[in-house]
Design a protein around this ligand. Structure first.
Ligand code: IMP
Ligand code: MG
Length: 178
């Protein structure tokens, strides 16, 4: 069973549902009158993006970007590559980057630098999971679903070696599966 890959549940489906409602309400409030563009960082934020956007009660645009910094392993060496760039010119937009998890900060540092240089009206970060203890560069998310310790988690879009993204909840990976 796929669930066996998790040794401890960090966020249940119900908790994720509530977090999305709360974050969506806050973002709706903060972006009234703005030109919101939600930018999903693939592949990890795909489930979060689709749930979060349904909780934002404003007209908003969406786009997708894929970057890679991992090669199936559980640590980040800090080499970030752009695999798929945005289609939209972000110049007139208030960009909200949607991430699954913020760890070392290398990924978002690179993405922020790249998107920032395209002169958007504003740029902010929303992450479902934050691991502040694992930070290697200064990076702070504006919206955070849940802060956790330094465990490696899977599910709700997050993978280990390209598997387990389809788990509907978030949990710590069972060491037997590493
Ligand atoms: P960072 O560059 O170290 O901040 O890591 C960002 C990316 O690494 C995230 O968007 C995830 O795709 C991946 N990542 C970091 N920690 C985990 C984890 O615990 N489980 C799965 N993926 C992770
Ligand atoms: Mg990611």
């Amino acid at each position: 069973m796929i669930e066996d890959a998790v040794s401890k549940v960090i966020l249940t489906e119900e908790e994720i549902f509530e977090i999305n409602k709360k974050l969506g309400a806050k973002i709706t409030e903060d972006y009234k009158g703005k030109n919101l563009l939600m930018v999903s960082i693939l592949k990890g934020s795909s489930l979060f993006m689709s749930d979060l956007m349904r909780n934002i009660k404003l007209p908003c645009s969406v786009d997708f970007m894929e970057v890679s910094s991992y090669s199936g392993l559980t640590n980040n060496g800090g080499n970030v590559k752009i695999i798929k760039d945005l289609n939209i010119d972000i110049k007139d937009y208030d960009v909200l980057i949607v991430e699954d998890i913020l760890e070392s900060g290398y990924t978002l540092e690179c993405v922020m630098k790249m998107l920032g240089s395209r002169n958007p009206k504003s740029i902010k970060i929303c992450t479902m999971v934050d691991k502040p203890q694992k930070r290697k560069v200064e990076m702070k998310a504006d919206y955070v679903g849940k802060e956790i310790g330094d465990e490696f988690v899977i599910g709700y879009g997050m993978d280990y070696n390209e598997k387990y993204r389809n788990l509907p909840f978030i949990g710590i990976i069972n060491p037997k599966y590493i």
